[in-house]
Design a protein around this ligand. Sequence first.
Ligand code: SF4
Length: 359
Amino acid sequence: MSPLKPRLKEALRDGLLRWYRRDRRDLPWRRTRDPYRIWVSEIMLQQTTVKTVSPRYEEFLGRFPDVKALARSSEESVLRAWAGLGYYRRARAMREAAIKIRDVHGGAFPDRYEDVLSLPGVGRYTAGAVMSIAFGKPYPLVDGNVARVFARLFALRGDLKTSAMSQRLWALAAELLDRRAPGDWNQALMELGATICLPEAPRCSACPVSRLCSARIGGSTGSYPESARRVRAEPLRVEALYVERGGRVLLWKRGDGERILKGHWGFPEIRHVDARPGKLIKTLRHSIMNHRIVLRLRYATLQGGGRPKSARWVNREKLREYLVSSLWLKCLPPRDGANSGLGGNRGTRYLFSPVGSRK
Ligand code: SF4
């Protein structure tokens, strides 16, 4: 694609910036220039909708108001604060990044692009967002919304996910960037994609730059972006066990080798423990990342001996302090369910002894 004409660039910037400053949504992270707060919002908004993030953002900041508070927190407390937002590796990486900012940058959020980019969990998009929005520095960004807007504005042919197309999109973002207002410009592009240039049905009649849009002019908005090959979700069966004894429930800390929810507490699966499964409590369908899960949770009694570190008995009232993922929360059995499947545990030799639970 040849360089864009200066008049086209200016017209796009003028039209989009004027519209953004007049019509943008009033979102909590748009009321601050604090890089920590902007970074938190950008990480939360990856893969999660504005509607879900908005109320959780303030809660998270209430709990971890600055980098130092996040750096001195435990991983479990951060995961709990992240409950329901999904993609938990983002939360772990944020805590690691906060520790790095504390240890390497004295607790002050770095204002050099290379330093921001070197933080755990931060890629080119997030670094560009923090640098432009918090510090007003001229760094471009491309996310899914921006890519779709560009595909339509400039009638770009090809799969947006290829590396060649990615290079092209980033080059366009750099060329179009309004260096006088990089933060507003980047947000204006994303806002257009999120509210007007929607994936399925773009609202071209409300679009501030429709007269400059190649797809609209050519009457072919439905042809862009060209459909990429969909990644097929992998089916996954989870046979989980609910083992209760004296008001305490057996939980299992999932290891790094698990396909889903690595490092999370959950109910043990049948492959984790030597157990006799009983009555079915619930069958649940759920999706996590690229997995289409069918989970069956059963009451169970344990057999055999041994005492692996991965297990812990937890008071039933405290389960929600450990179970972060909605996969587990959605299948918690009713309070009186402990005696409904197995007729009690008397006489059973347990694989684990109680190893304590939190107060
Ligand atoms: S005119 Fe329509 S397709 Fe083009 S950028 Fe605006 S909303 Fe998107």
